[in-house]
Design a binder for this molecule. Structure first.
Ligand code: C2E
Ligand code: CA
Ligand code: CA
Length: 849
């Protein structure tokens, strides 16, 4: 890349386009200025021309007027400085001489055009001729300036001159000429006649026209007001209140009018031309600018993309590689050496196949396949890092194809060594028991299903394990299990399988068991090995084992069947007194089959409504008042008759049937209780299996809702078994049940291992002392003290204490003495059918006050 990129390329601050725009604006501005100056000069010239023309025309007009007055004065003087006139006009006027003989008569009007001829003196008007007719009116009647004229005539007379000027005559502007009438021989400085001769010539159209002609001007006219218009010359006719006007030429204006339009057009054309050129220039420079910008953009895009690539190449957990067509490495990203510890330089030029290896095929074949399909693929490979350790990587690749030919390959390589290890770990965990590392149930099933050989499957159950676990704690229990696993490993062969199913249940599969005597010998060794005392956390403990054996050669079947058979055999081993082994047999099988049949029948029986409830009342310790009623389930079997729960609850608990059964009992008990005459609590027994296989909170809520029984009238009887399986979960469930509003009763109290601990933690409302303790009351002193202790404990914790299994009056009396709260047993009432229970309740009600 060039310097622009290294320095961080930036586009120029000002684009060419902007510069060109400014130049064009400056040019247009200058042009405009020049045009303006030219126009102003031109206007100035035109104005000068017009002014000169106006001055000249005024001069000509003035000359014409002056000439007129001069002519008039000369003409008047020929009449005023005349002996005959003096003789006939000064003093009294000789009208005959003047008018009749036409010396200053009508011809002055008709030939010379004077509208008025007057003779005046200090006394007044002595002769007046208007429009060629004698008039009786005095001169002052025609003009307001008669005295001014009289005086100016005398003034001019002193120089032997006539006076002339303008005045209004009968309302019209007129030129007057006046002179003193004098004899030519008489010197002017001598006092003579006072008479004045006045000629009046009205400035009418014909006069003005001839005047204009002599001045070389057109449109002569008079007007009382000052003309405002252009193109008119004007002279004031002093004394008349009028002005003389005429048309003037305006050569400047004419010039403007002729020159300006074509000039404007020319300027417009020029501006258009300039605009055109400017636009073209702008467009061109804009294109250049865009080109530059494009270049800058693509440069920075290229730079970004390079940086991105670099960042990805450096940051990725992968390294990037490229080879030529001969698979020789032509590029390796920097991450290569970081991740592999190998040198980039050492590997460039080497075939990629020397670096990487693949278990499942040749890398070169795989790459060729990619070139043929133009696809991207990935392949698991391995290589050795700089320490010689094998690493696993996922190679992804794509052929570099150009013009239909393969020029090499490129791709990435991710290290997946840890991923593969983690995967293997997970795989292992899913198939092995975390505590002992032995195969778990999953692996056992897989093993059983995959091996065809006739095998012996041994199911082990540790005797005495639970007490150790409970008394010494879980860590000790765990240590025992690990020790057992170790011993089992030592007495088995490599081809055998030792698995842990959970708890203290182990399975041993003998791959080549031989005949039964051989298996017997193995079992004897096994029992003996596990009987050896072991040292756990400083304690010497002894456990034992019961073993159920099934020989797959005798009873072939799927893994689940084999395990069930072994389980049956185990049961019989336990029944035989522990520390021994038993084989699964046809007889045992028959028992199993029988159980299966019963299970099927129970399922159908529940559907058919064969379950019935019997009810056993619970009394307050006086033995009179019914405090509560316990529902006890029975199965009305079509062949076997009425069956007790002990005969089928266990069976139901082995499958989900217990959930079906339990929910049926719940619903029936609640529905029944709702119709009892006494609104006492109904107690329903719950199996631990219900807690682990179903959402009992939902089940109970459903039963309450469906039956409409108020929650406080339902009591659930729960045994310790519930707490054994899942301590935390059981606590949560019970709290949730309490939130529903039902009561919780701990059943069979005293039979478990750590009942006291449970009591404190869980939200029980009452305890029921197991009937075992009650039945030995009066016979065993120690049992009585146990009963007393439980009653005290219940009192201390605010719980109701019930004694069940009360069969004798003596037992009842003792319980009464020991202040037990409630009692239940055959002495007071056997479990009753619903009808009998209702009768009992009605009697009870009758007894009440
Ligand atoms: P449990 O909860 O301890 O019930 C008391 C058992 O003792 C009942 O037996 C009852 O009939 C019996 N019994 C009552 N009074 C006396 C007496 O004075 N002396 C003697 N010897 N026995 C007495 P049952 O009805 O056969 O029930 C047996 C067990 O079955 C119950 O023991 C209970 O754990 C279970 N069970 C009963 N009904 C149900 C049920 O609906 N669901 C579940 N999960 N279990 C039930
Ligand atoms: Ca019970
Ligand atoms: Ca009980």
């Amino acid at each position: 890349m060039d310097a622009a990129i290294d320095n961080g390329f930036k586009p120029p601050l000002k684009s060419r386009n902007q510069v060109v725009r400014r130049l064009i604006l400056a040019f247009v501005g200058l042009l405009g200025l020049a045009l303006l100056i030219g126009l102003l000069a031109f206007l100035r010239i035109a104005q000068g021309l017009d002014e000169r023309e106006a001055q000249q025309s005024r001069f000509h007009a003035q000359s014409a007027l002056t000439q007129l007055q001069k002519n008039e004065r000369t003409f008047l003087l020929t009449h005023a400085f005349w002996q005959a006139a003096y003789d006939h006009l000064s003093g009294t006027v000789d009208t005959r001489w003047a008018y009749d003989e036409d010396n200053i008569g009508a011809s002055l009007y008709s030939d010379d055009g004077y509208q008025g001829v007057f003779v005046l003196d200090d006394q007044g008007t002595h002769y007046a001729m208007v429009d060629g007719q004698l008039s009786e009116q005095p001169f002052a009647q025609y003009t307001p300036s008669s005295s001014r004229i009289f005086e100016s005539a005398h003034k001019a007379g002193e120089q032997d001159q006539a006076a002339s000027g303008y005045m209004l005559f009968a309302g019209q502007p007129a030129l007057f000429t006046a002179a003193v009438i004098r004899a030519p021989s008489q010197p002017h400085h001598l006092p003579g006649s006072r008479s004045v001769l006045v000629f009046v010539r009205v400035l009418d159209a014909s006069l003005l026209e001839s005047l204009g002609r002599s001045a070389g001007l057109a449109g002569f006219a008079t007007s009382a007001s000052q003309p405002a218009g252009d193109g008119q010359g004007m002279l004031v006719l002093q004394g008349s209140g009028h002005v003389l006007t005429w048309h003037t030429e305006a050569p400047g204006e004419q010039l403007l009018r002729t020159v300006l339009p074509p000039l404007a057009l020319g300027v417009l054309l020029m501006l258009g031309f300039v605009a055109l050129i400017a636009r073209q220039a702008m467009r061109t420079s804009g294109e250049i600018d865009r080109g530059h910008q494009q270049l800058a953009l693509s440069r920075s895009a290229l730079q970004t993309s390079e940086e991105r690539f670099k960042a990805v190449a450096e940051a990725a957990s992968d390294w990037i590689w490229e080879t030529d067509a001969d698979l020789r490495l032509s590029y390796l990203s920097d991450r290569f050496s970081e991740l592999t510890g190998l040198q980039v330089t050492a590997w460039l030029g080497q075939p990629v196949t020397e670096l990487l290896d693949c278990d499942t095929g040749k890398i070169e074949h795989w790459l060729q396949g990619l070139a043929a399909t133009a696809a991207t693929g990935s392949l698991r490979c391995q290589y050795h890092d700089h320490l010689g350790q094998q690493r696993i990587c996922r190679l992804s690749a794509r052929a570099i194809l150009r013009d239909g030919r393969c020029h090499g390959y490129r791709g990435t390589s991710s290290d997946i060594t840890d991923e593969v290890a983690a995967h293997a770990q997970i795989q292992h965990l899913s198939l092995h028991d975390a505590l002992t590392g032995l195969p778990n149930r999953n692996k056992l099933f897989r093993y059983l299903e995959n091996s065809e050989n006739a095998k012996a499957l041994l199911m082990l159950d540790l005797d005495n394990f639970k007490p150790i676990n409970d008394s010494l704690g879980h860590p000790a229990g765990d240590a025992v299990l690990i020790e057992v696993a170790g011993r089992l490993g030592r007495i088995t062969r490599d081809c055998d399988l030792v698995a842990r199913l959970g708890g203290d249940e182990f399975i041993v599969v003998l791959a080549r068991p031989g005949k039964q005597p051989e298996v017997d010998r193995f079992c004897a060794r096994l029992v003996q090995a596990l009987e050896q005392p072991m040292l756990v956390e400083g304690h010497t403990v002894r456990i034992g084992v019961s073993v159920g054996v099934v020989l797959a050669s005798d009873y072939p079947g799927p893994a689940s069947d084999l395990i069930r058979y072994a389980d049956v055999a185990l049961l019989s081993a336990k029944q035989a007194g522990k520390h021994t082994w038993r084989y699964f047999s046809a007889q045992l099988n028959a028992a199993v089959l029988e159980k299966r049949t019963l299970e099927r029948e129970l399922r159908e029986g529940i559907d058919r409504g064969e379950l019935v409830l019997h009810f056993q009342p619970r009394y307050s310790v006086d033995g009179v008042q019914v405090a509560s009623v316990e529902a006890l389930v029975r199965w009305q079997h079509p062949q076997h008759g009425l069956m007790r729960p002990d005969q089928f609850i266990g069976l139901a608990e082995e499958s989900d049937l217990i959930v079906l059964l339990g929910n049926q009992v719940l619903l029936d008990a609640c529905t029944s209780a709702r119709h009892w005459p006494l609104a006492v609590t109904v107690s329903v027994n719950m199996s631990p299996a219900q807690f682990s296989r179903s959402d009992v909170v939902r089940d109970v809520a459903d039963a309450l809702r469906a039956s409409g029984l108020p929650a406080h009238r339902l009591e659930l009887e729960i045994t310790e078994g519930v707490m054994l399986n899942d301590v935390e979960g059981a606590l949560q469930t019970m709290n949730a049940l309490k939130e529903l509003g039902v009561r919780l009763n701990m059943d069979d109290f005293g039979t478990g291992y750590s009942s006291l601990g449970y009591l404190r933690t869980y939200p029980f409302d009452s305890i029921k002392i197991d009937k075992r303790f009650i039945q030995s009351l009066g016979r065993s002193a120690s049992d009585r003290s146990v009963v007393q202790a439980i009653i005290n404990l219940g009192n201390a914790m605010g719980m109701t204490v019930t004694a069940e299994g009360v069969e004798t009056v003596e037992q009842l009396a003792l319980l009464n003495d020991d202040q037990c709260h409630e009692v239940q047993g055959f002495l007071l009432s056997h479990p009753l059918e619903e009808g009998a229970l209702v009768l009992l309740m009605q009697e009870q009600m009758a007894m009440l006050p």
